[in-house]
Design a protein around this ligand. Structure first.
Ligand SMILES: Cc1cc2nc3c(=O)[nH]c(=O)nc-3n(C[C@H](O)[C@H](O)[C@H](O)COP(=O)(O)O)c2cc1C
Length: 255
């Protein structure tokens, strides 16, 4: 429930409250369910989340140990809470466990990656960037992992009557859903790898998806193979990725 102090704060800060009375009359609005917590508690929660995120690694050797469908459903449910342009939610997740389909996907992916790695479809600079990861055209994990979750981006929306509507900021929106999917899989104790055996048009054919869906990224999901090795990568430091602009600096930037 909103306290009277909150209403006062709102009146002090905003001359144009959201939603405007006209909007509120036209569309349903609800009060955001949020409890303000203190800085110390937020710091503890944030540090715990960051420590967990920092333990996540992309894995390229999965165990074949089964993973129940409800865990995949839960991760997709989390991913699907992502913000999206105009709330269009322009994503479809296709979860595959069937060995025949997984085998088809592996074959097609390896054919594309064979071109990429061995026929120089990836230029020298790209190959150089990939070298420390130790990847090549072999993608056995696509058959071994119990699940392949293929994320499709909906280029536009198709309504029940067949008419179409524009989607907005599709890549940005689907990218956010992908990030949440990766986080959800990691938080539940499983592993994944964002895999893009490009070009990925074969995924639309193999999985029989409609024309307006474009493969965005594929996620093998499972338990990591015990003892699997990952490249010893360093993440950028905060100094390298964060620029905090205070007003004085902003003045300099603008002058
Ligand atoms: C959009 C995207 C596409 C990727 N495609 C591939 C891929 O096709 N094959 C692969 O082995 N790794 C792929 N990766 C995984 C990256 O190589 C990996 O995230 C990066 O090396 C950092 O390692 P980490 O995920 O363990 O932090 C991809 C990652 C992203 C975000």
């Amino acid at each position: 429930m909103m306290k009277s102090g909150d209403a006062q704060e709102g009146r002090t800060l905003y001359r144009h409250p959201y939603p405007s009375p006209g909007l509120a009359a036209e569309y349903p609005f609800v009060t955001y369910d949020h409890q303000r917590i203190d800085d110390t508690t937020m710091r503890q929660r944030s540090e715990a989340f960051q420590a967990s995120a920092n333990r996540r690694r992309s894995v390229r050797m999965f165990s074949s140990h089964p993973v129940p469908l409800d865990l995949i459903e839960s991760a997709v449910g989390t991913a699907s809470t992502a913000p999206s342009g105009a709330h269009k939610q322009p994503w479809t997740f296709v979860a595959v466990s069937d060995p025949v389909l997984k085998s088809k996907i592996r074959k097609s992916a390896e054919a594309e990656e064979h071109e990429n790695y061995l026929k120089n479809r990836m230029n020298a600079e790209w190959q150089e960037a990939l070298a420390p990861l130790g990847t090549d055209h072999h993608k056995e994990f696509l058959e071994v992992a119990p699940w392949l979750v293929v994320l499709f981006a909906q280029r536009y929306e198709v309504l029940d009557d067949g008419s179409t509507r524009k989607n907005y900021y599709v890549k940005e929106s689907v990218g956010m859903a992908a990030g949440l999917f990766v986080a959800a899989i990691h938080e539940m104790g499983l592993a994944t790898l964002p895999h893009t055996p490009s070009p990925m048009a074969f995924l639309r054919t193999v999985l029989n998806r409609p024309n307006h869906e474009r493969p965005f990224v594929m996620f093998p999901v499972g338990h990591p193979l015990p003892g699997t090795r990952v490249p010893d990568l360093a993440r950028k430091t905060l100094d390298e990725v964060l620029v905090v602009v205070d007003s004085a600096e902003a003045d300099v930037l603008n002058s």
